[in-house]
Design a protein around this ligand. Structure first.
Ligand code: TXA
Ligand code: MG
Length: 328
């Protein structure tokens, strides 16, 4: 059931069940992060491998201090500047945070999401919420309550409807290396440029070509193939046109191809088969539309999908990261 009743959401969560929740980035599949049963339900409903740890959400820095052993000065500075907001920090966990939640890692991923309904919900609970994106593992993340209902509705008793997600891509993930330096493990809703204004130049380590690390990634958002539509997807650089344009008869080409483009349509493909992320060329608007349009692209009556990369700045980096993984 989809609704806006915080009391119903709270009651399901207090009973150890899972609830779909809105955040500024994407919808989450939430459960009590400190309750093994609830956490197991999250993994089961998502069909998520047990080695892929969950992000724990709370509504205050004080509550975060109760979950982590240490908050290094740079982490505290990031927290104070970016929270509530689309940033996740990897920090050493306290003993009472279940190993199931962190997949046995010594660190826990924490964030304060910036959504009024979910902040109110978190405030009313006496436990934090573990919440991965509310999609089946490997598929496109949901940015509306209906997306959650479409894919997981029969397994989730309640989905809290907070409208379409205003950011549209998942949180940026930052961890700390042995020397305590901040490292970006996932590009996301908090732009690199904004983070670097706080921390100075950041190392970005968002993919690995090492097959062993692929099997047990530091942050499995790093898995190369992710966010994938069900039809084959090919990427296009700015100004590039699909290779099949010119090799196939024009009409056959036009009717077999769908495209996700940044600000203007491509030649040779019917307008009805093209989705424009941002007619004004605004990467924030493009990020907001990205996942909903990828879903629509996947339902077009065509056999081959194309997606155009966007300018590699601000949230454009996160968009391009998701497109590359969707095409992998
Ligand atoms: O914006 C978001 O972060 C959304 C909303 C719902 O908050 N959540 C989200 O969760 O994207 P999920 O599960 O789809 O992605 C979480 C990522 C995964 O790649 C996971 O491997 C990584 O965070 N992660 C979680 N805990 C970790 C840890 N202790 N060390 C390394 N990576 C971790
Ligand atoms: Mg996810």
């Amino acid at each position: 059931m989809i609704g806006t009743d915080l009391t119903i959401a709270r009651q399901w969560l207090e009973a150890g069940n899972v609830v779909g929740i809105p955040t500024e980035t994407v919808y989450g599949l939430a459960g009590n992060a400190l309750n093994d049963e609830a956490v197991l339900t999250i993994f089961r409903v998502k069909n998520r491998p047990a080695f892929d740890p969950l992000i724990v959400h709370t509504d205050s820095l004080d509550k975060i201090r109760g979950l982590v052993r240490d908050l290094p000065p740079v982490a505290e500075q990031l927290a104070r500047t970016c929270w509530p907001g689309p940033l996740t920090l990897l920090l050493p966990k306290r003993d009472h945070v279940p190993d199931l939640t962190t997949s046995g890692l010594d660190t826990v991923a924490v964030r304060i999401p910036d959504h009024p309904l979910t902040l109110a919900l978190l405030k009313s609970l006496d436990f934090p919420l573990a919440a991965p994106s509310a999609n089946p593992f490997g598929y496109i993340s949901p940015t509306t309550a209906q997306h959650v209902a479409d894919q997981l509705g029969d397994q989730v008793p309640y989905i809290l409807d907070g409208g379409p997600c205003p950011v549209g891509v998942e949180s940026t993930i930052i961890g700390f290396d042995e020397a305590g330096r901040a490292v970006v493990y996932r590009l996301g809703g908090m732009a690199l440029e904004q983070l670097e204004a706080i921390t100075g130049p950041l190392r970005v380590q968002t993919s690995s070509s090492n097959p062993q690390e692929q099997a047990h990634p530091q942050a499995p958002g790093m898995l190369t193939s992710h966010y994938a539509p069900r039809k084959p997807l090919t990427l296009l650089a700015d100004g590039e046109v699909p290779a099949a344009l010119g090799t196939l008869p024009a009409e056959q080409f036009a009717n077999s191809v769908g495209a996700l483009v940044f600000s203007s349509t491509l030649p040779g493909i019917p307008e009805a088969n093209q989705l424009v992320l941002s007619p004004n060329g605004d990467v924030l608007e493009a990020a907001r539309h990205l996942f909903a349009y990828l879903r629509r692209l996947d339902t077009l009556p065509v056999t081959q999908l194309y997606a155009q990369l966007v300018p590699d700045e601000g949230l454009g980096r996160a968009i391009n990261d998701r497109l590359r993984r969707a095409a992998a």
